[in-house]
Unconditional design. Structure first.
Length: 415
C-alpha cells in the first residue's frame, strides 16, 4: 500500500471573528481559502493541473461559505481547472477529516497528489454559528421529535459544563489550563514557532489584512479569569419551544438529577476566529518525481462516535482506536494536539489517558489562539509537524471533539 506523505503545511493567522473588530472579517472566505492554496502552490512549485483533488472542511456551508468552498478557492487562486475540489462537514472535526480522506485516497492508490485543509469565517455567520452548536439549530431541532427522543442534543457549552460536573473537574482546574494555554501560545509566538507555516492574508487591493495571530491575550491571569461570569448558565434555561424545552432539560433527559455546575466562560472556551489552512499530501513516487522532500507520513487514521448528548467525550476513545491501528502506545507519542474547544475536553483527555501535560498542546491551543471550526484540524496537523521538526520528535497524534458526539484522529510520523 502506498504511503501518504505530508509535503508541506500552511495556514493563515487567526483573526478575531467579529465584524468591525477582526482584521479578516471583511475578507471573502474563498479569499482565505485561495491564500493558503496559492501558498502551497508557490512554495512547492506545484503543477496544479496534476492535483487530483482538493478537500476542504467548512462547517457552516451557507451564504458566502456555501457552493463548495474548496473548488471556488482553487479557482480564485488561479489553479488549473483540472484541479477538482470538494467541501465536507464533520462539524469541528472537518479539518482532520479532510486530511484523513486525502491520505486514504492516496494510500488506496487512487490518487497521487491531494491538498486537504479548510476555511471558516466565524465572523460572517454568528447566528448560524450558534445554531450549528445547538441553539435552535439542527442538532436539537424540535421538528425532529424522533431523533430528539433518541438522542437529545444540547449546546456544546452546556455539554462541556455537564461533563465537568460529572467528572468533578473544578473551574479552578479549567482556568489553570486556560492560563497555561495563553502562556504557551505567547512563548510560541515570541520564539517564531509558527513562522514556517504562517502566510499573510492580503486584501483584494494587495494591502495587508493580517500577518499575525490576533486573538491571544498573553496577560491572562487566574485572578482575571475568576471574575468572568459563566457563559452558558442563562443559555441553559432559555426556552426553545412552546413546550418549554430548554438546553438543560435536553441533558437531564439522559442524565436525570444532574445538577449542572456552570464553569466555562469566554476565557476557558475556544476563541471565535476566522482562518484557513492547507496541507499538501502525495504518494512517494509522485513526490520523488517533483523533487519534494517529505516532512511526515500518515501512520494511521480513525473515527469514533460517543454519546451525542454529552457530545464532547469522543477524543479519548478516538485516540485509543488510532493508536491500536498504528500498533503504538500512548508512550510512543511525542506530542499531542487535542483541540481546546472547551477546557474540559483537554483536561479530561489528560486525566483519562494519564499522558504528560508537557506533551499536550505545547504551543497553546484554541483557548488562546482560537478555533476556526472547519480549518482547525488541518491547522493542528501542520502545527504538530512543525513542532516535531523543531524538537526532533517522531510521532504526533491529533484529535478533537465534534458535534453529534464524534472525534476523528490521526497519527503522523516525522520523516
Amino acid at each position: 500500500m502506498p504511503e501518504a506523505w505530508i509535503i508541506d503545511a500552511v495556514r493563515t493567522p487567526r483573526g478575531v471573528g467579529k465584524v468591525g473588530k477582526g482584521a479578516l472579517a471583511d475578507i471573502h472566505p474563498q479569499r482565505l481559502g485561495s491564500t493558503v492554496l496559492a501558498a502551497i502552490r508557490d512554495r512547492n512549485n506545484l503543477n496544479t493541473a496534476e492535483v487530483d483533488d482538493i478537500i476542504f472542511g467548512t462547517s457552516m456551508q451557507v451564504g458566502t461559505q456555501g457552493g463548495d468552498l474548496a473548488r471556488m478557492s482553487a479557482l480564485d487562486a488561479g489553479y488549473d481547472t483540472k484541479a477538482s475540489g470538494v467541501t465536507l462537514d464533520r462539524f469541528c472535526g472537518s479539518g482532520i477529516t479532510g486530511v484523513n480522506f486525502a491520505a486514504a485516497s492516496i494510500m488506496s492508490g487512487m490518487e497521487n497528489v491531494v491538498i486537504a485543509g479548510g476555511a471558516e469565517m466565524m465572523s460572517l455567520h454568528p447566528a448560524l454559528g450558534e445554531a450549528q452548536m445547538g441553539v435552535r439549530g439542527p442538532l436539537m431541532d424540535a421538528g425532529n421529535a424522533h431523533l430528539r427522543a433518541l438522542h437529545p442534543q444540547t449546546h456544546q457549552g452546556v455539554a462541556a459544563d455537564a461533563i465537568a460536573t460529572i467528572e468533578k473537574i473544578s473551574r479552578t482546574a479549567l482556568d489553570e489550563l486556560a492560563v497555561e494555554s495563553q502562556k504557551r501560545a505567547a512563548v510560541a509566538i515570541a520564539e517564531g514557532r509558527f513562522d514556517r507555516s504562517l502566510v499573510s492574508v492580503l486584501k483584494d487591493d494587495g494591502s495587508l489584512a493580517l500577518d499575525r495571530e490576533e486573538f491571544p491575550r498573553p496577560g491572562t491571569t487566574l485572578e482575571g479569569l475568576a471574575k468572568l461570569a459563566p457563559s452558558f448558565a442563562a443559555m441553559a434555561d432559555m426556552p426553545l419551544d412552546a413546550e418549554g424545552t430548554t438546553l438543560r432539560s435536553l441533558v437531564l433527559a439522559r442524565y436525570p438529577g444532574l445538577n449542572i455546575e456552570h464553569v466555562h466562560h469566554a476565557g476557558n472556551s475556544s476563541g471565535v476566529v476566522d482562518g484557513a489552512a492547507a496541507i499538501l499530501l502525495a504518494n512517494p513516487d509522485y513526490a520523488k518525481s517533483q523533487g519534494w522532500k517529505p516532512r511526515a507520513r500518515v501512520v494511521a487514521m480513525a473515527n469514533m462516535g460517543d454519546d451525542p448528548t454529552l457530545m464532547l467525550n469522543a477524543p479519548v476513545p478516538a485516540a485509543r482506536k488510532v493508536l491500536a491501528k498504528a500498533g503504538l502506545t500512548l508512550d510512543d507519542i511525542d506530542l499531542f494536539e487535542v483541540n481546546e474547544a472547551f477546557a474540559v475536553v483537554a483536561e479530561k483527555f489528560i486525566r483519562d489517558t494519564g499522558v504528560d501535560r508537557a506533551k499536550v498542546n505545547v504551543n497553546g491551543g484554541a483557548m488562546a489562539l482560537g478555533h476556526p471550526i472547519g480549518a482547525t484540524g488541518a491547522l493542528l496537523i501542520g502545527t504538530i509537524v512543525d513542532e516535531l521538526e523543531r524538537r526532533g520528535g517522531r510521532y504526533g497524534l491529533v484529535t478533537m471533539c465534534a458535534a453529534g458526539g464524534m472525534a476523528p484522529a490521526i497519527i503522523i510520523e516525522r520523516l
